[in-house]
Design a protein around this ligand. Sequence first.
Ligand code: IPE
Ligand code: IPE
Ligand code: MG
Length: 243
Amino acid sequence: MAINAKKNPLNNKRINVAIIMDGNGRWALKNGFNISKGHKKGVEVVRKIVEESIKQNVASLTLYAFSSENWSRPKKEINAIKSLVISAIDEQIPELIEQKVRLNFFGHLEDFGEKIINKIKSAEAKTSFKKAKLDLNVALGYGGKQDILDIVKDISAKVLLKEIKLKDINNEIILSASSVPVNNIDLLIRTGGDKRISNFLLLQIAYAELAFIEKYWPDFTAEDFRACLDNFKKVSRRFGKRI
Ligand code: IPE
Ligand code: IPE
Ligand code: MG
């Protein structure tokens, strides 16, 4: 048992972590760069946090890369983010394959155009390990409210087609109709100092522990991430029970 505990820094309970990677823009402005440079630095941090997640035996890492609301940003910034998605996949795929990381994108990907969709499909196919060391889920063009709307439409259609009975709809069916690949987030981290959810994983964070970090995402380090995991381990999760 002791050997296992040593091997597994999270004491054998593999957790699902989600991150709202906020603060790229403010980091860039603070350092005298353009906004795109902030997003570029942000991608480098993703690489380090993925590595640390594997070391810490995290089960899944779900990252908020682009929200449905982010479409209202300047076209120039959106184009820079689109290019970054493509270059990040190209640059990181060999390492992700070597590390046995299963990559999965979710959200309204169709809004990003064929080039990104093809890139994503190919990256997912190359990393579709049966036994992955980490599930890396990336939210792109995702919004929690939109996801709920899609779930309602999906289940309603099934009821109308008599594929499901109204009385049989349950939480499991709702979560499996969601585009989000993980059902229960244990720990949600947001960098950048703001204490809000910004339309991320509304259903899946129902019982998540929340960590709000002051640092901007490009300044976030593997040590900061480990500190979040260590704090998580100290929390008593009661789930409504008297214990
Ligand atoms: C988060 O950083 C990344 C995206 C939303 C794409 P921001 O770009 O929101 O950074 P701030 O909040 O403006 O500093
Ligand atoms: C949330 O950050 C979205 C991502 C990190 C991708 P935003 O910067 O878009 O959120 P708000 O506008 O501060 O709520
Ligand atoms: Mg922001």
